[in-house]
Design a protein around this ligand. Structure first.
Ligand SMILES: [Zn+2]
Length: 237
């Protein structure tokens, strides 16, 4: 299964900690295999605080540092931040699709890991109706399979030297219909260490170990291993 993730691989998510909560074990295994993985954070989670004394800029700076630290734990060296405002992606779909198309044409990934665009069933690993996740999944799907390969989409990008590019496969996190399972037991400690970097979001609380182990155990049961992460594979049509 893991050898189907062909590199270069982009992981495109809405918020710092989305990767660590859902797929950092898979990333750790891909990096171990020598594959090139780049993280793309569309927001820096700049509204992720309950403290009225903290500014959006301050929380974004802190969360970007946490995300870079989490990437280092699993061996990912490149982290890009697009710095959209947290929770506003639904209102910026046109610009987001254009930016993602330019990103795909520049990075030329064969595989993208991103959010499932369909609201899940609210189960523990599935995205409930949270517009940042579903919007980003939908815009990434369009940029990867529709706009990226089409020369009539954003032709000014072509004039800037960005040639059309088609992504080969999307793997969707936070899906209630996962059909690809990756055994993450061998890298579990590293996966949890990456998650714990997100201290501003309380992700270093010890009780979270059991919560995430429960999710990975349920997915592992479906996969025939101890601990797994789940993805829905979405091929181009
Ligand atoms: Zn998120």
């Amino acid at each position: 299964m893991i050898d189907e993730f062909r590199d270069p691989i982009l992981v495109v998510v809405a918020h710092p900690d989305d990767i660590e909560a859902h797929c950092a074990g898979t990333v750790a295994r891909l990096v171990e295999r020598g594959q090139t993985v780049t993280y793309v954070l569309v927001t820096s989670g700049n509204r992720g605080t309950h403290d009225p004394a903290v500014s959006a800029a301050a929380i974004a700076t802190r969360r970007e540092a946490e995300q870079r630290a989490a990437a280092r734990v699993v061996g990912v060296e490149r982290v890009r931040f697009l710095r959209y405002d947290d929770s506003d992606l639904l209102f910026h779909q046109a610009r987001l699709r254009e930016d993602l198309t330019a990103l795909i044409r520049a990075e030329r990934p064969r595989t993208i890991i991103t959010h499932d665009p369909y609201p899940g069933n609210g189960s523990r690993d599935a995205c409930a109706i949270y517009p940042d996740h579903t919007t980003l999944g939908l815009m990434t799907f369009q940029a990867a399979y529709l706009c990226g390969p089409g020369p009539l989409f954003y032709p000014e990008q072509m004039r800037q030297g960005l040639a059309p590019h088609r992504v080969e496969m999307l793997y969707l996190i936070m899906s209630d219909r996962p059909d690809v399972f990756i055994d993450v037991a061998p890298v579990w400690e590293r996966r949890m260490a990456a998650l714990r970097q997100h201290r501003s979001q309380g992700r270093d609380r010890p009780e979270l170990e059991g919560f995430f182990r429960g999710i990975a155990g349920d997915l592992g049961e479906r996969a025939g291993c101890q601990l797994a992460e789940g993805f829905r594979r979405l091929a181009p049509t």
